[in-house]
Design a protein around this ligand. Structure first.
Ligand SMILES: Nc1ncnc2c1ncn2[C@@H]1O[C@H](COP(=O)(O)OP(=O)(O)OP(=O)(O)O)[C@@H](O)[C@H]1O
Ligand SMILES: [Mg+2]
Length: 291
């Protein structure tokens, strides 16, 4: 894959404000007409759940495109519809209004084009790490001689080669999460959907899987849609941050950020001590807390 996607991620938008590493974009519903190279087009999406006490509107008029190679982090108060949006992208549920298209085709159900990583990865506890990673390609009928080298490649990518023969129940939380990432990536999905994947991990482990995810993103150019509660995590990983309002979730902020790029280029997360980072974090926190 050529590296031009990296440059495109950080093209300046029309409206720049004083924070140096952030391009604040006004949300224009016309974006979809203006651009045509999107991977996913989310067009006027509404989602209402039917509950016992009537219907609950979880998402209202969600409208944005996802472009190849973007690392999108979604922030928003609890219950605002983040997981609902991810489930729509995964094809677990259908929107009650509007459409979601991947490569121009409406998403109608789940398939391996979209890899999903959850907070508590549903792994096969009694299988080895290697068998868990091999599971997807095996089920898809890919010949053994084709997928076996890939399994080793992805185990190496997530630094689990030496634990390949361990059973899942023998692993730590961070290791399980890495198996889950390898298991999703081996199918070469067009997008990786991650729902608070590191939410249950301790701070140190969390930092190390963040590093790994950022590295995999930067090396593979994989498009990532990542939900988190943690503003700092979003700023250290994303190329773009989307904030949803309190329920029913609407997009209230959509910004490009390049702190993650600095982390990759400098090989350190020291950027989080900069005043730009601080300003941006405060602004996002204020926005979320004001909901
Ligand atoms: N299966 C369901 N049936 C009915 N209502 C649901 C269902 N799933 C979610 N909801 C409701 O939809 C709204 C959005 O839920 P969702 O899980 O998407 O929020 P979230 O932003 O992911 O929250 P959190 O940050 O706590 O994970 C909430 O009001 C929730 O109660
Ligand atoms: Mg959620």
């Amino acid at each position: 894959m050529s590296d031009t996607w990296k440059e495109k991620l950080y093209e300046p938008s029309d409206e720049l404000i004083s924070v140096e590493n952030v391009n604040y974009k006004r949300i224009e519903p016309s974006i979809q007409e203006a651009e045509s190279d999107e991977l996913i087009a989310i067009d006027h999406v509404d989602l209402s759940y039917k509950g016992n006490t009537g219907s609950i509107k979880a998402l209202e008029d969600i409208n944005f495109n996802i472009f190849p190679g973007e690392f999108i982090c979604v922030l928003g108060p609890s219950g605002c519809g983040k997981s609902t949006l991810l489930k729509i992208l995964a094809g677990f549920i259908q929107p009650t209004g509007g459409t979601v298209k991947l490569d121009g085709k409406e998403i109608k159900g789940t398939d391996w084009h979209r890899g999903v990583v959850f907070q508590h990865p549903p792994l096969y506890e009694w299988f080895s790490v290697r068998s868990n990673v091999a599971f997807g390609p095996k089920m898809r009928g890919i010949p053994k001689e084709e997928y076996e080298p890939k399994v080793e490649e992805y185990l190496e990518k997530v630094n689990l080669s030496e634990f390949a023969d361990k059973k899942i129940y023998e692993l730590s939380g961070g290791m399980k999460q890495r198996v889950s990432i390898a298991r999703a990536l081996i199918n070469n999905p067009e997008i990786l959907l991650m729902d608070e994947p590191f939410g249950a991990l301790d701070a140190l482990t969390r930092e190390s899987v963040q590093d790994l995810t950022r590295k995999i993103w930067w090396e593979t150019g994989k498009t990532i849609f990542f939900i988190t509660h943690d503003v700092e995590e979003a700023l250290l990983l994303a190329s773009r941050i989307i904030v949803l309002s309190r329920h029913p979730g609407k997009v209230i902020e959509d910004i490009s950020v390049n702190f993650s790029r600095q982390v990759v280029e400098e090989g350190s997360t020291d950027v989080k001590f900069s005043s730009d980072f601080y300003k941006c974090r405060e602004r996002l926190l204020r926005l979320i807390n004001s909901q």
